[in-house]
Design a protein around this ligand. Structure first.
Ligand SMILES: [Zn+2]
Length: 248
């Protein structure tokens, strides 16, 4: 059981399609709600409908469809996705790199300085596998960065964990299970390294404090006094990290 999965957390059971984009519709029951309330998350990737007593799934879906125009407007406002393709600009540790296809080269993916302009992220092999190779490489980089940082903060705080997992979690940057498994989004490799430090320290601290109380924050801050800078960075820029490699 994952301690941070709140009981009663909504499951994505239904979907709504607006202008060709399909979004999951999550339903949340609230005994104190007086009416149906619909929300779209910041990244405009999922709809949540709050149900007052007496309302059912069908009401929620009808309500979402009634407000399809509003959803459509929000969809047009969301940042355009950046697929992993030749020429795409993708941040690695917050530095923009140009994805460059090197079909004949050996090896898989590597970084290279360019004579003018941003550095290159070179991807060898068949172009059909370029997106997957890029993503796999970013995941490996994220894993090694986060493993090293968790080891460091584990030692600093005197805490041990079972292992470090990488995932494509859309709602959280990291999580800590009661069995001591630390999980992270691979997209953190796109962020500045101080953010990797912060998220690692945050999840390691949960091994001792399974909450966000004052003792938890003191534990993180003692290990990483500059944590607020990283929290603010994530608040401001976190959503934008989801535009990269969408569908890839
Ligand atoms: Zn937390």
């Amino acid at each position: 059981m994952n301690f941070f999965t709140r009981s009663g957390a909504p499951e994505a059971t239904k979907t709504i399609t607006v202008d060709g984009t399909t979004l999951p519709v999550k339903m949340r029951r609230n005994a104190r709600a007086r009416r149906l309330i619909m929300r779209l998350n910041k990244a405009a990737t999922e709809v949540t409908v709050t149900l007052p007593p007496g309302a059912g799934e069908a009401d929620a879906l009808r309500f979402a469809h009634e407000h399809a125009g509003w959803i459509a407007k929000r969809l047009t406002e969301r940042p355009a996705s950046v697929p992993f393709a030749p020429g795409a600009l993708v941040p690695v540790r917050d530095e923009r790199h140009v994805i460059t296809h090197r079909p004949g080269a050996r090896g898989t993916v590597w970084m290279e300085e360019s004579e003018a302009g941003p550095p290159l992220l070179c991807v060898a092999g068949d172009e059909a596998h370029l997106a997957r190779r890029t993503r796999d490489w970013l995941k490996r980089e994220a894993r090694s960065e986060l493993r090293a940082r968790c080891a460091y903060y584990g030692q600093t705080m005197g805490l041990t964990y079972k292992r470090v997992d990488l995932r494509d979690q859309t709602t959280r940057w990291g999580s800590c299970s009661s069995s001591g498994v630390l999980s992270f989004s691979w997209r953190l490799i796109l962020a500045p390294v101080h953010v990797l430090d912060y998220v690692a320290a945050h999840e390691v601290a949960h091994l001792q404090e399974m909450n966000h109380g004052p003792r938890f924050w003191k534990l993180v801050e003692d290990a990483l006094p500059t944590m607020n800078r990283s929290r603010q960075w994530l608040k401001k820029n976190g959503t934008n990290l989801h535009v990269y490699g969408a569908g890839g």
